[in-house]
Design a protein around this ligand. Structure first.
Ligand SMILES: [Zn+2]
Length: 306
């Protein structure tokens, strides 16, 4: 059974091979799509200008991704080989302008040491990203001056209008990184394949066709998926516990244990995301806003320990 998941076509392979020492084949690489950022308002009341997205589409070419902004995770590098700014049909931003997102295609070599990472991408565990880039201008929506000097405060309303900053004039793109809580809500890996299950058929169809080998294989695959699901559930529960302690310290461990046992993975995911939003308010990380400023190492450590 051919596994077409994450396979590069010939055209993509040619782009990928611009970055490799030896010519790689389709079997050598795993590819995936990732939304790096968009022009929607993020949790910090900031948005990228359309020009900033266009500029990043140039600057992020060939840039490698890392985990949790930790450049030491050398074995888990994926490299971007193509980018485009994409309109999503019918979708508008908070200000009714057309929604646009920066969509990147990245590859990672299919070496043994990357197997775990690829599995995490496939199962949605590695999902959310944020970008690190240098931005020259932060334009205030109220007065169009630089928001650092005009006195208006992001997130407040002035004469009924929300104050936010538009990030413009991107001068450099340092990195993109898988993170626990992305600053931008829509940033993350896109599941771009759905054909697999339909092509393989249901267990009933395989059973009816008396394809015992096929049935055995399908059961093996489903067991593996169930294992991945359980792993994902446990990971969500762990994050939920850790973040609850920071955000809702009044909840006892017994309560949380009983509570989370009854929750589905989807409910755990939503609760964990709600806590994540609160976490990012309490301990903000703003990698896209380094703009020459140093990262607050103490704040980032909170995430690294999770
Ligand atoms: Zn202002």
């Amino acid at each position: 059974m051919a596994d077409t998941t994450g396979r590069a076509d010939e055209k993509e392979l040619a782009l990928i091979n611009k970055y490799t020492r030896r010519a790689l084949t389709q079997d050598d690489v795993y590819t995936f799509s990732v939304v790096l950022c968009d022009n929607e308002l993020d949790r910090d009341c900031e948005r990228f200008s359309d020009e900033a997205l266009d500029k990043m589409a140039e600057l992020f070419e060939g840039v490698t991704g890392i985990t949790d902004h930790d450049p030491k995770s050398a074995n888990q590098k994926a490299r971007i080989y193509s980018l485009k700014v994409q309109r999503v049909d019918g979708r508008l931003c908070f200000d009714k302008k057309p929604y646009k997102r920066l969509l990147a295609k990245a590859y990672i070599p299919r070496t043994g040491e990357n197997d775990g990472f690829i599995k995490e991408l496939d199962t949605g565990i590695k999902k959310e990203v944020s970008v690190g880039c240098a931005v020259k201008r932060h334009i205030c929506s109220v007065c169009k001056e630089d928001i650092g000097s005009c006195g208006h405060i992001r997130g407040r309303k002035y004469a009924g209008a929300l104050c936010y900053a538009t990030l413009d004039e991107v001068t450099d793109a340092y990195e993109w990184s898988f993170v626990a809580v992305p600053s931008q809500r829509a940033a993350g890996v896109i599941k771009s394949y759905t054909v697999g299950d339909r092509e393989r058929g249901t267990v009933k169809e395989i059973w009816t066709s008396r394809d015992i080998d096929g049935l055995e294989k399908r059961v093996e695959e489903l067991s593996e998926l169930a294992g991945d699901g359980e792993y994902y559930r446990e990971k969500l529960k762990k994050e939920l516990f850790t973040w609850s302690r920071a955000v809702l310290p009044e909840l006892s461990e017994e309560f949380l244990l009983g509570f989370t046992e009854k929750m589905s993975a989807k409910e755990l995911f939503e609760f964990r995301n709600a806590l994540g939003e609160r976490m990012s308010e309490l301990y903000p990380i703003k990698p896209q806003l380094w703009s020459g400023k140093e990262k607050n190492e103490e704040q980032n450590d909170i995430y690294k320990n999770i």
